[in-house]
Write a new protein. Structure first.
Length: 68
């Protein structure tokens, strides 16, 4: 993701409620699980997506802690 996309993503997260943030985190964790499964099976084409999803999860957790 580019810096502009990251800023837009974080601003979008800050506009969400705690429940919506938890739902977003669960969606990203599910996607990460699926990507890891594909990587283990040798079917993953975009290996950079793993790192990107991990960072997105961290951003969601950071915004959740800011709200608390």
């Amino acid at each position: 993701m580019k810096l502009e996309e990251i800023k837009k993503f974080v601003e979008e997260l800050r506009g969400l409620s705690q429940e919506e943030l938890a739902k977003k985190e669960n969606e990203l964790k599910k996607e990460l699980f699926e990507l890891r499964f594909q990587a283990a099976a040798g079917q993953l084409d975009q290996t950079a997506r793993l790192k990107e999803v991990k960072k997105q999860i961290a951003r969601v957790k950071t915004v959740q802690s800011e709200i608390k």
